[in-house]
Design a protein around this ligand. Structure first.
Ligand code: SF4
Ligand code: SF4
Length: 141
């Protein structure tokens, strides 16, 4: 199975269409929406994890692009600024994937980037603003 976190940007017109549903129905892909935003002019942005066979994945992304959706992928969007982290543990309480966890017995907070779904819940939870978004984005395919 192939899996990537994608960032989709829709125009105001595309944002009203059920384009993403076709990924499941027509391409046998599963998706997990991590963040959905509608901007003031009704353009949309969706961050989602897309999973499926590589061939279907590629075809699904091509379908999105044919619909006028801008497709980018982000592999390591959230980073921890080690110098700012005080290991207070506040972020571990909100992290839904276990990417942030307390390592025992030293009681240090660890960050496993591979598990991060880029949900951004840790950003406001961190009192020292150690968790930062630094998007590495590239046009896909
Ligand atoms: S909330 Fe911030 S300072 Fe506290 S452990 Fe997490 S990243 Fe470090
Ligand atoms: S962005 Fe979400 S998944 Fe990633 S470390 Fe922060 S809370 Fe965990």
């Amino acid at each position: 199975m192939y899996s990537k976190i994608l960032i989709l940007r829709f125009s105001a017109v595309e944002a009203k269409k059920p384009i993403v549903c076709h990924l499941e129905r027509d391409y046998d892909l599963t998706f997990n929406i991590l963040k959905a935003t509608i901007f003031p002019r009704q353009e949309g942005m969706l961050v989602m994890e897309l999973v499926g066979p590589r061939k279907n994945f590629k075809e699904g992304v091509q379908y999105l692009k044919a619909q006028g959706v801008q497709v980018q992928y982000a592999s390591q969007e959230v980073k921890r600024n080690q110098r700012r982290c005080t290991h207070c543990g506040a972020c571990t309480a909100v992290c839904p994937t276990g990417a942030l966890f307390v390592k025992r017995p030293e009681m240090k907070v660890r960050f496993e980037q591979k598990k991060c779904s880029v949900c951004e819940l840790c950003l406001p939870a961190c009192p020292t603003r150690a968790m930062e978004i630094r998007p590495i984005q590239q046009t896909f395919f």
